[in-house]
Design a protein around this ligand. Structure first.
Ligand code: AKB
Length: 318
């Protein structure tokens, strides 16, 4: 990994991954790209930015050639809830975008990181300690594109030797850029509402248990899997990774340790509840632990303390 292109760089993960990669690999060697126009602060951060629409293979190819890219972090995608609202567009962006990235990687010899998700599982998958290799029959368009994406990445490795790697992310909690259109987004929104109003109405039920991870661990996973010794990898794409699992009620209790007056109410949204109910309660990430030494650093309590600390500072300056 020497010259890196990040697609979807202005999204929740991209905005923090670009900064981390620039720290490690040098600002000029990490090209951020998106279809959105970055805010002035982002453009001022030292490093190149390109407009790249991943449904346009020529645009990806031009950026890769112009910047002599050898590794693509392909993050541009629609998340689960919005993909359910716009399934045709989700197929075009999630599958079409990945296909174009893989084709460019095949032609120009790049490695590719693609995130899969707990959304790649369905209600017939074992719910607790979901194994690395198991039944995957998701009932959402997001899940369909994630399973197909995992298989497509495996295919490009087996057939064309493209160095494809990836992880199945759980819900990601962070304080820099907010997620948009996901089912696990409540676990970020709850912090903003708790700090601003000491009140949050949750769109999932109190007892909906899902796997989660704090952003610093997510970034570490995305970098570590790409830096892993290839000879140790039995799996390549779609490693289960997790750090914690909790219900909205348990998260609210942990927040209440810092904001005693915090009140949570529930008004489940049928679309997002159905999606969440089809996902695992907890993943078994032992393959990632044994093949590339995956080890999360944050649990529920340390994540909540750090989120509240950072968001307090952020909201004070708003
Ligand atoms: C979503 O909720 O859609 C994502 C995911 C778990 O993939 N955060």
């Amino acid at each position: 990994m020497e010259r890196i292109l990040v697609t979807g760089a202005l999204g929740q993960i991209g905005s923090e991954l670009v900064a981390e990669l620039r720290n490690s690999y040098g600002s000029e060697n990490v090209v951020a790209s998106d279809i959105r126009v970055p805010r002035a602060e982002f453009l001022r951060t030292d490093g190149p930015f390109e407009y790249v629409d991943c449904t346009n293979q020529d645009q990806i190819q031009e950026a890769v050639v112009r910047h002599r890219i050898d590794t693509i972090y392909h993050l541009a995608a629609l998340l689960s809830a919005v993909a359910e609202e716009k399934p045709q567009q989700a197929w075009e962006i999630n599958m079409g975008g990945l296909f174009h990235v893989l084709e460019v990687a095949r032609k120009l010899g790049c490695s590719v990181f693609t995130p899969s998700s707990i959304g790649a599982f369905g209600s017939e998958t074992p719910k607790d300690l979901t194994p690395q290799d198991t039944l995957q029959r998701p009932s959402t368009m997001y899940g369909v594109t994630k399973v197909a994406g995992e298989l497509l990445c495996d295919y490009y490795y087996e057939r064309f030797g493209v160095d494809t790697r990836g992880v199945r992310f759980p819900g990601i909690i962070s304080h820099v850029a907010q997620p948009g259109g996901g089912t696990t987004d409540y676990a970020v929104e709850i912090f903003y509402q708790a700090l601003r109003y000491e009140h949050f109405t949750c769109f999932l039920t109190a007892e909906t248990r899902l796997d989660m991870m704090y952003m610093p661990d997510a970034i570490r996973a995305a970098v570590k899997v790409m830096e892993a010794e290839p000879g140790r990898l039995v799996h390549r794409n779609a490693f289960n990774v997790t750090a914690m699992n909790f219900t909205p009620e348990e998260l609210a209790d942990a927040i209440r340790a810092h904001i005693p007056g915090f009140v949570i109410e529930y008004d489940p949204d049928p679309v997002r509840q159905k999606i969440a109910d089809s996902w695992p309660n907890s993943l078994d990430d032992s393959s990632a632990r044994s093949e590339w030494d995956w080890q999360p650093q944050y649990d529920l309590e340390s994540m909540v303390a750090d989120m509240i600390d950072n968001l307090r500072r952020k909201l004070k300056n708003e």
